[in-house]
Ligand binder design. Structure first.
Ligand code: BG6
Length: 508
């Protein structure tokens, strides 16, 4: 999040203490179970939720309150931290209930009424807590409650649900102000330039842009956030962050993961759409951004998205290698003869003064040799250096996985009697940094939503630029995916893209 703006939960004097209702649309789904509910539990444990808050789950079929509590419990037991207690479950369910979802046919289900009631419940508690028997002089009213709608539903439901929310008056608070209502969209926010624009048009018919939070969880990772901190807070890094010192940038996210669990979704999506136009482009924007004028939210977002705007449209013929792992077509749910890519390596160029002629190499795929999430800036060597070509290339590298790490590789003297050079790496684990405790990406972004901080969220300007870069890969020049062995580093042709250094990950 941004350090310089003190976010407020509402623009009124209710401040950060304003009560909160989180409406989890699709509360029974996989995403809610795996990520949203455990993230809420983490925020609760870390004391990052307001004192008064409630969870409202919605779904297609109704569910009793008791069953909903059981559902939350089982999600936390399976995907939350170890040793989930009754207190944890109670914290998430104290004011909670489950209501029918808002329907596309204009039926509000139980949600509008449930919201009114919970708004009242939360603010009545406030009046008593502050004034004991007497209500406090300035108590919060139902209109001060912040309502966050989290759409953990299949993406084809985003537009109909948004329209239905508009029809039910759910885009504004009880006093008609929009500032107290926020909405969170999961990915994919559109699967083509056209579907992105159509969805965004629907969203803007109902919501103001400052109510909208489009999640890309790679932006919430501790190490991704460090990209701008390490650079803009340290001359050591900022002074080498350009084409004069950096020879290649590699953004490499190989995964050993299979796709059998979600074959149908994956077969309709593929690696490029699933990972590149979203996560890897955003990370590339973080690496490439110019220093913002200030650390204000809008300046940071603009700096990242301006960089994305400088990406040259991909050249599918010369700069992209697609792959499909052998055996993919035998997976149940995959279409016969599918040409879906389970691997992509792409060379991206950024047409600006800082990065001209520096390749940004992006790679990701399923069933690969290892799982990692690495951003590496391969540093140039000085040819007239005292040690000449003996000097191994240095690197600044970040691991985005887990709690994150920053590593610096430099030429050092090979320990021993002779004056030979070797490559040495110093690694800083971000969870070793004190004081502090890393937050998982989803929890961190959810916290930003609750605070109303949009620094790490995408806007239509940046997404439009990302689609413009990606679009050539959707056309007739899209290369056929090349086969690769499961457990390998992908098709050999991808290695040529990374010449002369080759991919840092997987290097012998
Ligand atoms: C998701 C993609 O958005 O990100 C998955 O759909 C991918 O295919 C995942 O595996 C990676 O997430 P994480 O949590 O490992 O960073």
């Amino acid at each position: 999040m941004s350090p310089s703006e003190t976010p407020s939960a509402t623009p009124s004097d209710a401040g950060a203490a304003a009560p909160l209702i989180l409406v989890l649309h699709g509360a029974r789904g996989d995403l809610s179970r795996r990520l949203v509910l455990p993230s809420l539990a983490t925020l609760h444990e870390r004391g990052l939720l307001p004192d008064r808050w409630a969870l409202l789950g919605t779904g297609r079929e109704s569910m009793s309150r008791e069953d909903f509590v059981g559902h939350v419990r089982s999600a936390l037991e399976e995907f939350g931290h170890e040793g989930t207690t009754d207190d944890d479950v109670d914290a998430l369910t104290r004011h909670s209930r489950f209501t029918d979802e808002v329907r596309a046919d204009g039926d509000g289900g139980g949600l509008p009424a449930a919201l009114d009631q919970v708004r009242r419940e939360l603010t009545e508690t406030e009046a008593l807590a502050e004034g004991d028997q007497e209500p406090a002089a300035r108590t919060l009213g139902p209109e001060d409650v912040v309502v966050v709608h989290y759409l953990a539903i299949p993406p084809q439901g985003f537009a109909p649900l948004t329209e239905a929310m508009g029809a039910q008056g759910l885009a504004v608070g009880p006093d008609g102000r929009h500032e107290t209502v926020r909405i969170v969209y999961e990915k994919p926010y559109g699967t083509s330039p056209e579907s992105f624009r159509e969805l965004d048009a629907v969203v803007h018919e109902v919501f103001e842009e400052d109510q909208v939070f489009r999640i890309d969880h790679f932006l919430g990772k501790e190490a991704t956030q460090n990209l701008h901190v390490m650079r803009f807070a340290n001359d050591l890094f900022s002074s080498v962050w350009d084409r004069h010192h950096v020879e290649q940038v590699q953004i490499d996210v190989p995964e050993t993961l299979d796709v059998a669990q979600r074959a149908e979704f994956y077969d309709a999506t593929g690696a490029a759409l699933d990972m590149v136009v979203s996560h890897l482009f955003q990370v590339a924007g973080q690496v490439a951004m110019e220093p913002p004028r200030h650390l204000a939210v809008s300046d940071l977002v603009r700096a990242r998205e301006d960089a994305i705007g400088d990406f040259r449209p991909l050249d599918p013929v010369n700069d992209v290698v697609l792959g499909q792992f052998e055996g993919y077509q035998d997976i149940e749910g995959v279409r016969e003869g599918s040409t879906t890519d389970t691997f992509i390596a792409a060379r991206l160029w950024i047409d600006n003064e800082r990065w001209r002629d520096v390749p940004f190499l992006l790679r990701t795929g399923k069933r690969m040799a290892a799982s990692a999430q690495r951003v590496t800036l391969v540093l140039r060597r000085d040819p007239v250096h005292l040690f000449g070509d003996e000097v191994p290339a240095g690197a600044i590298s970040l691991s985005l996985a887990g709690d994150g790490e920053i590593a610096l590789t430099t030429a050092v003297k090979k320990p021993g009697p002779d004056l030979d050079l070797a490559r040495g790496t110093a690694t800083m684990l971000l969870d070793d940094v004190t004081p502090g405790e890393p937050l998982p990406a989803y929890a961190s972004l959810m916290h930003d939503v609750l605070q109303g901080d949009r620094t790490l969220f995408t806007t239509p300007i940046g997404l439009e630029a990302a689609w413009r870069t990606f679009e050539p890969l959707l056309g007739e020049d899209r290369p056929d995916p090349l086969p690769y062995a499961p457990g390998s580093w992908g098709p050999a042709a991808a290695d040529e893209l990374a010449a002369p250094h080759g991919w840092v990950l997987g290097r012998q």
